[in-house]
Design a protein around this ligand. Structure first.
Ligand code: PMP
Length: 355
């Protein structure tokens, strides 16, 4: 820390992203990326825009908002595009949180929420999950705080039904409820259609998982016009050109190729179900994930030990140093071939442990 770092950030512990090692080739199942390349349309659109990089991007994201509005069935003034969904989540903490408007979220969830809260000086309450890792809706009813819930949740993979989400929204009319749908394309029911009925609901989405654009950094929020207007005030006070030209064009092209991506999601779901079944045969406990990752613990080997052994053998998964979930690993669902290698490697590790 330099002598100049503001006192207000003294106690800030930054978010730690999943490792992106450069030292060797890994089967990378640790950051929930898509194993599928972007569609050809995306590559062409990005190439075209690369030639125009001397010009600023459109701060209003006009074309992208237009196509997103038609795909997601809302008006363009109810969408805000951002630099990954991390950015809209940060904007939301900035816009709606302060010492009188704290946030509540589960104790086991996306690790960035407490970081955004601390960064923005927003008090927060972490609410324990039930022993089976599900969110107890009753904990959030009439809570009188802003709420952010990843649905499906990460890293547990478990989902709340649309009626449960609505219950939380309805019982907190004077607080903002943010539903982070980063993984919703892998099996869940989106709350977007509730956003025209409730002025306190913000749904956030990302192109990083189902649209194979993690490296482009594109996310968005859908909510009432008034919420989106507030978030725009934050955006125009932070970085009006938050979505660059190439990414904006990639987003348009990806939505035009929606069928390709939704088909990839189907493949991921099939691979998830198959891998979960195989892991269970090996004695793993596997949550009922509705995402592009599997959350699993072995009855034979500790979570950290398995993570380290897999890593040593060239397969990267994600282990969290949190005592509640220390027995578990989060395994991104990749191609069938990647999943077969994962399972073979797991078998080798377990057999060695038996020797
Ligand atoms: N929400 C959740 C629950 C996530 O797991 C992630 C991915 N790390 C994000 C939001 C952010 O994704 P991105 O910024 O790539 O859109």
């Amino acid at each position: 820390m330099s002598r100049f770092f503001s006192e207000k950030h003294n106690s800030l512990t930054a978010y730690t992203p999943g490792e992106q090692p450069k030292n060797r080739e890994y089967i990378k199942l640790n950051t929930n990326e898509s194993p599928f390349a972007p569609s050809k349309g995306v590559l062409e659109a990005v190439r075209e825009q690369a030639e125009l990089l001397n010009l600023y991007s459109d701060p209003e994201c006009t074309e992208l908002n237009k196509i997103a509005a038609s795909v997601f069935g809302v008006d363009t003034d109810r969408i805000l595009m951002t630099n990954g969904s991390d950015e809209i989540l940060n904007f939301a903490f900035m816009a709606f949180g302060d010492k009188y408007h704290p946030f509540a979220f589960p104790d086991i969830t996306y690790g960035f929420y407490p970081v955004f809260a601390k960064l923005n000086g927003v008090p927060y309450k972490e609410i324990p999950l039930k022993p089976d890792f599900s969110v107890d809706v009753a904990d959030y009813e009439n809570i009188g705080m802003n709420i952010v819930i990843a649905n499906p949740n990460a890293p547990t993979g478990l989902i709340l039904s649309l009626s449960e989400v609505e219950r939380i929204v309805v019982t907190n009319p004077d607080n903002v409820v943010i539903i982070d749908e980063a993984y919703i394309d892998f099996g869940g029911e989106s709350a977007i259609r509730l956003t025209d009925r409730y002025d306190n609901l913000l749904v956030t989405r990302t192109f990083s998982k189902s649209y194979s654009l993690a490296g482009a950094r594109l996310g968005f929020g859908i909510g009432a016009k008034s919420l989106i207007a507030d978030l725009n005030t934050i955006k125009y006070s932070t970085n009006p050109y938050n979505v660059n030209r190439m990414t904006m064009a990639a987003g348009v092209a990806a939505l035009k190729d929606n069928g390709y991506y939704m088909n990839n999601c189907k493949t991921i779901i099939e691979n998830r179900e198959w891998t979960s079944k195989e892991l269970k045969k090996l004695g793993f406990t596997v949550t009922d994930s509705m995402t592009n990752f599997i959350f699993a613990k072995s009855d034979k080997i500790g979570g950290k030990e398995l993570y380290l052994s897999l890593r040593e053998k060239g397969v990267l998964v994600r282990h969290f140093d949190n005592p509640i979930i220390t027995d578990y690993n989060r395994i991104t669902v990749g191609t069938r071939a990647q999943m077969e290698t994962l399972l073979e490697t797991v078998k080798t590790i377990l057999e060695k442990g038996n020797e």
